[in-house]
Design a protein. Structure first.
Length: 430
């Protein structure tokens, strides 16, 4: 029985669950049946939505012990932006808490109370931006999704991890609901509380498994890098990421996309709704390609049909007209060449030797990742491999390659693992 199975068995013993006696494996060990997790241990906690209740939670969690499980729910696809609409926490000695960031928009006192405490999150990079916006940022963390990747688990969603490692089934039916709804329905609150119910247990089991595989230090370096990473800078020209943009070739058409995208964004922000609910990306691209002459022609395009009122049609047509009226020197330029190497598909023509280096490096990294039982992108990012192969160091020795990898942000454990294989791959085409 693995450490994870022992942890699951211990947990089920304490909660009264477990498989029937006749369910055993070929070696005589019991096969644990997944146990549905239906209710939080202490019941559904009340939603914290005012200063007094928040102060009590801050005091309770400050007095708690051990790491703190943290999760956040957003209203993606419903509201503008990625703000948090519910924050869930659990800590030994404090129990669980559900906090409404609408009623308590500043959680910096809670963030300060948890300073120096390890936070446990699942897919931390998804939740950290919205938590940071309300005053919460960890100084150290444990990411159970990333831990699962490093440990070689084939499925690393929270539900799959809890079931595979701890033997419990989480109900995941409310993950994509509109969390800006008020009041939040009781089934949603139960789901939210259960999301942090077993995070500490999952963290402990994964730590044991990573330690058994000799990967615990690797995980710690990855977690430290996430905790120390600065907020992502605003995207330049976000309108260029409109789905279907690859169809738009002419600069005047690009201007139509830009004008429609920016008009849509202003409306969505003012109404606090997802931009896609105001006007779909496909409709923006259709208008750019068609360059309609008037609102009637616009109404004939997909996305601007009978359900759209005349006033709406006129505001979109006004955006098209603004793009048509721009002087040539104000039209957007084709997408700027990204920093770094060109797309690998063009390497064979541009630099056949570099293409051969990349092929050899990819083969080496793939074999190494398979041997270490982890995804290639976690062993070393594909972008780092491309940059190294496009402009390798003048000296193709271990020190020079390691220094180059470090300059691209590779962690020490990654450098230690991949440097020998990459040096060998680069030498093949030297």
């Amino acid at each position: 029985m693995t450490d994870a199975q022992e942890t699951a068995a211990d947990l089920r013993t304490t909660t009264g669950g477990g498989p029937p006696d006749d369910m055993v494996s070929s070696d005589g060990l019991p096969i644990p049946l997944p146990v549905p997790l239906l209710e939080p241990r202490e019941g559904i906690p009340p939603v914290v939505a005012d200063a007094d209740a928040l102060a009590r939670v801050v005091a309770a969690f400050a007095a708690g012990t051990g790491p703190v499980a943290v999760d956040a729910e957003r209203a993606s696809g419903y509201r503008y932006g990625q703000r948090a609409y519910l924050v869930q926490l659990r800590r030994e000695g404090a129990g669980s808490a559900l906090i409404d960031p609408v009623g308590c928009p500043d959680l910096s006192t809670l963030g300060d109370a948890l300073s120096g405490t390890e936070w446990i999150l699942h897919a931390a990079t998804q939740d950290l931006p919205c938590l940071r916006d309300i005053g919460m940022a960890p100084t150290s963390l444990f990411d159970t999704e990333l831990a699962g990747r490093l440990a070689g688990f084939p499925r690393v969603g929270l539900g799959a991890m809890v079931e595979g490692v701890l033997g419990y089934v989480l109900e995941k039916g409310h993950s994509a609901v509109d969390w800006s709804t008020r009041p939040l329905p009781e089934p949603w609150l139960r789901y939210a509380a259960l999301d942090v119910e077993l995070l500490v247990d999952l963290r402990d089991a994964l730590e044991k498994e990573l330690d058994r595989q000799g990967k615990l230090e690797w995980a710690r370096q990855e977690f430290d890098a996430i905790a120390a990473a600065p907020p992502a800078p605003p995207r330049k020209d976000p309108w260029r990421r409109t789905s279907g943009m690859h169809k738009v070739r002419r600069r005047r058409q690009m201007a139509v996309v830009r004008e429609l995208w920016e008009s849509r964004d202003r409306i969505a922000q003012r109404r606090d709704v997802s931009p896609g609910k105001v006007l779909g990306d496909a409709a923006i691209v259709e208008a750019a390609l068609a360059m309609p002459l008037n609102a009637q022609a616009l109404s004939a395009l997909p996305g601007y049909g009978q359900r759209m009122g005349r006033r709406q049609l006129e505001q979109w047509m006004a955006a098209v007209e603004r793009a048509k009226a721009l002087p040539e020197n104000e039209l957007p330029q084709p997408g700027a060449t990204p920093a770094g190497p060109p797309p690998p598909r063009s390497w064979a023509d541009k630099d056949p030797v570099a293409a051969a280096r990349l092929a050899a490096a990819r083969t080496a990294v793939s074999a190494l990742a398979e041997g270490l039982n982890l995804p290639q992108e976690n062993l070393i990012t594909p972008d780092t491999v491309r940059r190294l192969c496009w402009e390798p160091p003048l000296r193709l020795d271990a020190d020079a390659v390691a220094e180059t990898l470090a300059g691209y942000g590779a962690r020490p454990w990654q450098i230690e693992q991949v440097t020998p294989a990459l040096v060998e791959a680069l030498a093949v085409t030297a």
